[in-house]
Design a protein around this ligand. Sequence first.
Ligand SMILES: *Cc1c(COP(=O)(O)O)cnc(C)c1O
Length: 222
Amino acid sequence: MEVHARLTAAARRAGRDPGGVRLVAVSKTVDLDRLRQALAAGQRLFGENYLQEAQRKIEALGPGVSWHFVGHLQTNKAKGAVALFDLIHSVDRLRLAQALNEAASKISKIQDILLQVNLAGEESKSGAALAEVPALIQHIRLLPNLRLLGLMTMPPFLPDPEAARPFFLALRELRDRLEQNGFGPLPELSMGMTGDFEAAVEEGATLVRVGTAVFGPRPRKT
Ligand SMILES: *Cc1c(COP(=O)(O)O)cnc(C)c1O
């Protein structure tokens, strides 16, 4: 897959082991045939944004596939998300973390999560504000059925891929500071999409969420 070659090259440029970067193929609105093709080509990790759509695909593709939730998650959907996903990238508030913890506890699951951070302070975007992050992590660490593995960010949309780089660097530096101050370990950094995943890998991404470059332009949601 072309995206893999670009990922590997970006990791090498940064002196990183390409094995330390996982490609989450973001498959929202992509139909089952395209998903099966990707699966046949060796892709085993997919990212979805909508619960019902994901459930249909997860049932259709069967075992041996890992699914991550990358979209905005409503608290009343916590139960469904916990039932379906290995990793939830978009936890950004305590209420949601508590709902996920409760849902996970009911099915005796330890749910892996990432904390989504809104680094640019954009009003319109999900993600915890920078100032809230330490307290949020402290609270999340006390929830026995959640395992916090790292941070996720979505930089402001800018056409120039290099414009996102400072946000990727900022997420890695935030992670490093948090670990130095006893909030770690936070090994995973989910950052980078089709337009900017190479810059994200150069800045330390361990999970890149790539849709369009894997599947082609998305059909519109109907
Ligand atoms: C859709 C989506 C992606 C993938 O976007 P592309 O630009 O198609 O690569 C990544 N992350 C999130 C949270 C998304 O919603």
